[in-house]
Ligand binder design. Structure first.
Ligand code: NAD
Ligand code: DAU
Length: 356
């Protein structure tokens, strides 16, 4: 593997004092760990509501760093957000409700945080005259993409789930704040991300933890819908590259661009790496409105010097090893709230055994 590119440091484009919202989640915490672990001279305030998906343990590697501060709170709280915005130079917004299946069960929280919360942050950044506002968004805003097409930043947004519609609305608000108030916004649109510290509801950590417990791997429909999987370290580094070098007012796709990988292929890879039996694969009723394919053209972000470095083959093996070693992190999560969601979400296909 090529030597890993280091993060830009202060003076190379990233403002020194950052408010990282949603920094106790999966990708936000990876970004904070990278920035404080590798970058020099940064101070980072994490604002996080600690929903079911937020976990302070994700930040324990940096919690004694002199540049780190944690604030427990909601991005919809205008007063709090306004106060914190005055203490920093820029906001990087990871805070969101993020799971498509939960957005289908209960869309309201997605509109609140992903649309109204984003608006509160934009307003605070405008009042504080920030030098950057980076909105972490998703390839899902482009909707289903037929092969062999790839989504470009100039494509129309055509979201199809409550989650992706709320994220697309957040993006549109960002561009409106740039056009109207000259706020220096940047939007990243990342593809499906996996790696350590991911709450075990998304396919990769769900299937790994199920396999380690010899429980069923619930594959939606025929398992043929495909995604472009990006390792979290590559995603976090891509966000840093856009923050440092991106042109304000623009969006940047962040995808690895490997051959697309289906849900069934994820299940098979996980079972091969964990030694689990193929009998654990359990077809379940498909997700309503299931997007069959996402695929990004990331030429523009690569033009900023960003190159994803972790192949799916290496990344999934590393991720399985991490979950094997860190049952202390995920074991307690797969109880109470998680089981309640799992039972509500998954319905076995007629004729197959019940999922448990
Ligand atoms: P996550 O669900 O792991 O973490 C979300 C974090 O936001 C949690 O710590 C949660 O407590 C916090 N949060 C939620 N509502 C909040 C609120 N109202 N106020 C403050 N904090 C709040 O999410 P993730 O997978 O790390 O995703 C981070 C961002 O990246 C999201 O904006 C998501 O849309 C985007 N994204 C995710 C992926 C992916 O595959 N996971 C891919 C592309 C883009
Ligand atoms: O593409 C980026 C998006 O990726 C992010 O914006 C979202 O926050 C993130 O949740 C993710 O959305 P997806 O819906 O693509 O990811 P998920 O892991 O839920 O599903 C990936 C694929 O696997 C999809 O085709 C559905 C399938 N799947 C998923 C789950 C959870 C299954 O077959 N079984 C499952 O149990």
């Amino acid at each position: 593997m090529a030597e890993r590119a280091s993060l830009p440091s202060v003076g190379e484009g990233i403002p020194p004092r950052l408010l990282v919202t949603g920094g106790a989640g999966f990708i936000g915490s990876a970004f904070v760990r990278q920035l404080l672990g590798e970058g020099e001279g940064f101070s980072v305030t994490v604002l996080d509501k600690l929903t079911y998906a937020g976990n302070l343990a994700n930040l324990s590697p940096v919690d004694s760093h002199p540049g780190y501060r944690f604030v427990h709170g909601d991005i919809c709280d205008a007063q709090l957000v306004g106060k914190l915005a005055n203490e920093v130079d820029c906001i990087v917004n990871f805070a969101a409700e993020t799971h498509v299946d939960r957005s289908i069960l209960e869309p309201g929280g997605f509109i609140r945080t992903d649309v109204l919360g984003t608006h509160q942050l934009l307003e605070a950044a405008r009042q504080a005259r920030h030098s950057r506002f980076l909105q972490v968004s998703t390839d899902e805003v482009y909707g289903d993409v037929a092969a062999p097409e790839r989504s470009h930043e100039t494509d129309l947004v055509q979201p199809r789930s409550p989650y992706s519609a709320s994220k697309a609305s957040g993006d549109l608000l960002c561009f409106a704040y740039h056009a109207t108030y000259d706020l220096p916004v940047l939007v990243t649109r990342g593809s499906n991300t996996y790696g350590p510290y991911q709450y075990p509801e998304k396919i990769v950590p769900l299937f790994i933890t199920q396999a380690l417990d010899q429980l069923p791997l619930p594959v939606y429909g025929d398992g043929s819908a495909v995604r472009d999987y990006l390792h979290v370290d590559d995603h976090a580094r891509g966000i840093a590259a856009v923050l440092a070098h991106g042109v304000v007012g623009e969006a940047y796709n962040l995808g690895r661009g490997e051959e697309p990988i289906s849900g069934m292929m994820v299940a098979q890879a996980v079972l091969r790496l964990t030694g689990g039996s193929d009998n654990l694969i359990q077809p379940v009723l498909d997700r309503p409105g299931h997007d069959r394919r996402y695929a990004l053209d990331s030429t523009k972000a690569r033009g900023l010097g960003w190159t994803p470095e972790v192949s799916f083959r290496d990344g999934i093996a590393r991720t399985v090893r991490w979950y094997e070693e860190r049952r202390d992190w995920w074991g307690p999560i797969k109880s109470g709230e998680f089981l309640d969601f799992y039972r509500r979400n998954y319905r076995p296909l007629a004729g197959s055994a019940p999922t448990s």
